[in-house]
Design a protein. Structure first.
Length: 238
């Protein structure tokens, strides 16, 4: 189990439990705003209670950022998630992809947990991006199976920033005999692109699950029998 959550805490932030008290003005222009609106659009497509982005919000103004956060906070997907946690998820994603030092440190921590005897790597959400890049940076590793859950790897603004860079497909993160199973819930807004084959090639096996209201919850993914089967397959267990 690799931990790197502390890397996302900015210098000078108090060491309190939970996310810093982010608000709408903390959402930065550019990557964070674009990802926020992508989540909003995806949530509206799978949840009839979410008002979709309108023409008046396309300018990505501070007012429209507030509208996006308000709409997402009322959705089934983000229900019960504090605004600071929602903004925190945006900021973690942007910091990993845009901060070279954070990216290198997170990958190093993942790699430190992958030994010669590691057969399966299971990664959830942003962790799937970290795990993918870590495996790509360690040619010759012995991992037999990669299992990604609720992964945003197929989101264009993330895919285009991967290291190593896609050419044009993403690099396969292991040997020819490594299995990669990508598991996504239809209602998982973070996993905007459910089928990773157009991005990483036909060897990626896609599995669709139904986690109910907990579409992106790691525990809901991990308790699905098809995820268990993918892990067992990598361990050579029948």
């Amino acid at each position: 189990m690799a931990f790197y959550g502390d890397l996302f805490r900015l210098a000078g932030q108090p060491l309190a439990v939970g996310e810093p008290r982010y608000t709408a003005p903390d959402v930065s222009d550019g990557f964070e705003t674009e990802l926020l609106f992508a989540w909003w659009k995806a949530a509206a497509e799978v949840d009839s209670t979410v008002v979709p982005p309108g023409a008046d919000t396309l300018a990505r103004t501070p007012r429209s950022v507030q509208a996006a956060l308000r709409a997402l906070s009322r959705s089934r997907f983000f229900s019960g998630l504090a605004l600071r946690a929602l903004v925190g998820a945006l900021k973690q994603t942007s910091r990993y992809l845009l901060d070279i030092e954070v990216r290198a440190a997170a990958r190093k921590r993942v790699l430190s947990e992958i030994g010669d005897d590691t057969q399966v790597v299971v990664a959830h959400s942003l962790g799937s991006v970290v795990a993918y890049e870590a495996l790509c940076s360690a040619p010759g590793h012995n991992v037999r199976a990669l299992v990604t859950l609720g992964s945003p790897l197929g989101v264009r603004m993330i895919f285009d920033r991967l290291s190593p860079a896609p050419t044009p497909l993403g690099v396969w993160p292991g040997g020819d005999d490594m299995a990669w199973t990508n598991v996504a819930d239809h209602g998982d807004v973070v996993a905007l692109v459910k089928d990773l084959r157009p991005w990483f090639g036909p060897k990626v096996e896609g599995v669709a699950v139904h986690n109910g209201a907990r579409a992106h919850d790691a525990t809901a993914y991990l308790t699905d029998t098809r995820v268990g089967s993918a892990i067992a397959g990598g361990l050579g267990v029948r």
